[in-house]
Design a protein around this ligand. Sequence first.
Ligand code: C5P
Length: 224
Amino acid sequence: MKKSKIFIACDTTKISKIKKIIKETNNTELKIGYKLGLEFLNSKNGRNFLTKLKNKITFADLKLHDIPNTCKSTIKAIKDLKVNYVTIHISSGLEALKAAKKASGKIKLIGVTILTSLNNKALKEVGFDRNVKKLVLHQAKLANKAKLDAIVCSAQEIKLVRKIFKREIITPGIRFTQKKNDQKRVLTPIEAYANGADWLVIGRDLTTGNIKKNTQILIDHLSK
Ligand code: C5P
């Protein structure tokens, strides 16, 4: 059977915590990648640590949201990290997506749709008139146009996105415990895979408390 693919969101500034996450999530049942985000990559030693991390699937969650030239230059500036994936907000615009894609080379460029921490009410607050589903679908079309390698959306929108986007779909907002934290659009790992997710992003449910135990809970959940 194919292994479930999980990106672990390593949201910390501590190198010791990252090392612990890598060690304690190590197992033969899951295919694991490591997502290093804004918190880690902006910390003093984070960037340096990532350049030395060998033989791992890595994902720099930079969530670029800027003008085409800056997006392009930033992608060039992180080439030394030798990550497998990097993110850009699709709302940066088609021109920025195309410029970033051109610069990304072997790095897979992931377009981030509407954040999983936002719901329809929150979208209204920031001035969007369309609902989450319509916006995500619209952004998926843009990602397709820019020939992006992958999309980040909530697991609730996978089926919608899949109709028009045939490459990888990566879904954060995954919960196998009761805690939602700041996330709004959540589903369980089983639900996300049933909807057709290629990769799940899981942070706090794995990295808070006993990491080994949490990993086993996830493995048990997936084997049900
Ligand atoms: O702890 P939790 O599982 O909620 O972590 C989710 C991770 O996925 C965080 O690192 C967050 O930055 C990232 N993310 C997200 N929603 C998106 C894109 C990325 O939660 N739309």
